[in-house]
Design a protein around this ligand. Structure first.
Ligand code: FAD
Length: 493
């Protein structure tokens, strides 16, 4: 083993793989990072083209303070580069909330400063009575102050069930339905209460929805730079076709750019692609293969990006929902049948708010997204785009005249950029595996596998929380596990 060039091969340069690789290399482990795309970052990739520069997918970090990335930057010795794009006391209005009650004709809009700083604008949005304010504050306070072990005990309870045991004003209930869709890409009636409450708590106590100077792409750039600076090797355009296993241990990988060997392989290509395709069912117990096949993928997001000749959006974000537009399992089933909806939830991000260089001078770039099926062949997507464009015109009437170009994205593009669809209806997931009961906390797939030297990193294994943070936490934990594994291997020699 000691004569091998690499001690560890990491597959995939999203936040999970990159966090793991950069920490391993920093700790002196000879690491090879293989990425099938020509650019690094996975879903946390930034685009910089023709004067436009923006993050492709993630738009909001939760938590803003104390995220997995903050700890990674500290270990890498580059904390000074970890700069939020907004100071907590930024005087500007940051978020526009747009809400329509079932019996209202139109959306009502309020703007507020940092998320959850002051609940009054949120209450005024739905004309809350004094009783409703007290009820809502009671529920929000319970979430914000819930000890971690109590949160963990809610792995097997849905958020709908948890809310059902409390007095919750209808508009707050509907907001939680929107939040489950927008922050977790899940339905309220399946999402694990532990996951949603953890994220709500982090937003309220550690800040949420913010960005960094240089966007999420800065995280990718700095981690990749430090990885190489510390001696790590990156090969892009290298699609791993096979993870080699001999006598129950990994030995290396076959890629479009040749074979590489190492006693440890960390895959962030997704649990289902890794187990069912890259390694192959025959190397695992049938019960594990059945378990992996039965895991539900999370929902996807489909988005429209608007390249504008002049600014039309003033705040950084728009959150748009009504009592009727957020999706539970039943509404999702109807949406999947392909009938064009009258309205959808929207989460919009104004890249130009965070970064003056996101668009050429005087112009603006923003993106608007809604939840959809993770199926790369989903038939409902075009109908959703029509609906999103219609709603955008209603909310920002100037947008049409100012649009130079629109770019449409959905599960097909997400899948081709990140994870293979190895099972029907899977591949275009937004976060990764669904954060639903039976798949979270103690039931979350483990990063360790039955194959010696094979680990799973990223949003599918070993961690909790919102997308990029969760994936980086998982990568951090896998770096620790791999360190132990290599020590044991060296001792056994
Ligand atoms: C539209 C959208 C919006 C989102 N918004 C947010 C948000 O606001 N906040 C947030 O925190 N999260 C958000 N997320 C979720 C977040 O981006 C993901 O949860 C996170 O990127 C998952 O990280 P990962 O490392 O597990 O996987 P990925 O980021 O998917 O990275 C996996 C990497 O593995 C590579 N790979 C796969 N197969 C192979 C192979 N065979 N060979 C070589 N390389 C391979 C892929 O190319 C990719 O680079 C969003 C995602 C989407 C799609």
């Amino acid at each position: 083993m000691t004569n091998q060039e690499y001690e560890v091969i990491v597959i995939g340069s999203g936040p999970g793989g990159l966090a793991c690789a950069t920490l391993l290399q920093k700790r002196g482990t000879r690491t090879l990072l293989l990425e099938k795309n020509n650019m690094l970052g996975g879903k946390m990739m930034s685009i910089d083209k023709d004067g436009w520069a923006y993050d492709l997918f993630p738009h909001g970090q939760v938590p803003m303070r104390g995220s997995a990335f903050e700890a990674i930057f500290a270990e890498l010795g580059v904390s000074d580069e970890f700069e939020p794009a907004l100071e907590p006391d930024d005087p500007r209005d940051i978020i526009t909330l747009c809400y329509r009650r079932h019996d209202w004709d139109r959306y009502k809009t309020v703007t507020q400063k940092q998320a959850m700083d002051d609940p009054e604008p949120f209450f005024s949005l739905w004309d809350a009575s004094e009783d409703e304010k007290v009820q809502a504050l009671t529920v929000m306070t319970e979430m914000a102050t819930m000890p971690d072990e109590e949160i963990a005990a809610l792995d097997n309870m849905t958020m709908k069930e948890w809310l059902g045991e409390r007095v919750v004003p209808a508009p707050l209930y509907n907001y939680m339905g929107f939040h489950a869709n927008a922050s977790l890409a899940e339905p309220l009636d399946l999402v694990a209460a532990s996951e949603q409450i953890l994220i709500m708590k982090q937003i309220m106590l550690q800040g949420g929805g913010g960005q960094y100077k240089g966007g999420f792409g800065m995280l990718t750039k700095v981690m990749a730079r430090e990885f190489e600076r510390n001696g790590g090797t990156v090969v892009t355009g290298a699609k791993v076709d096979k993870i080699n296993v001999e006598n129950g241990s990994v030995t290396g990988v076959e890629t479009s750019k040749g074979s590489f060997s190492a006693p440890v392989v960390v895959s962030s290509a997704g649990i289902q692609p890794t187990v069912l395709k890259l390694v192959g069912e025959e190397e695992f117990d049938k019960s594990y293969v059945d378990y992996v096949k039965g895991l539900a993928p999370g929902w996807s997001f489909t988005s429209v990006r608007y390249f504008l000749s002049r600014p039309v959006m003033e705040t950084a974000m728009y959150a748009v929902w009504s009592d009727d537009s957020w999706l539970d399992t039943e509404r999702f089933r109807k949406q999947k049948e392909g009938k064009e909806p009258e309205e959808v939830i929207l989460f919009m991000c104004n890249h130009s708010f965070y970064d003056e260089n996101a668009a050429p001078p005087g112009k603006q770039v923003l993106v608007s997204g809604t939840v959809c099926s993770p199926n790369p062949d989903a038939s409902e997507i075009e109908g959703l785009w029509n609906c999103m464009d219609r709603q955008m015109k209603e909310l920002l009437p100037d947008i049409w005249d100012a649009t130079e170009r629109r770019e449409y994205n959905g599960p097909r593009e997400i899948s081709s950029l990140t994870r293979d669809a190895v099972l029907p209806g899977q591949g275009g997931e937004c976060v990764g595996l669904a954060q639903i009961i039976g798949q979270c906390g103690s039931k979350k797939p483990k990063s360790e596998t039955s194959i010696r030297g094979l680990y799973l990193a990223g949003a599918d294994a070993g961690a909790a929380g919102m997308g990029t943070h969760q994936a980086a936490l998982s990568g951090t934990e896998v770096a620790r596990l791999v360190g132990h594994c290599l020590n044991k291997m060296y001792k056994a020699q």
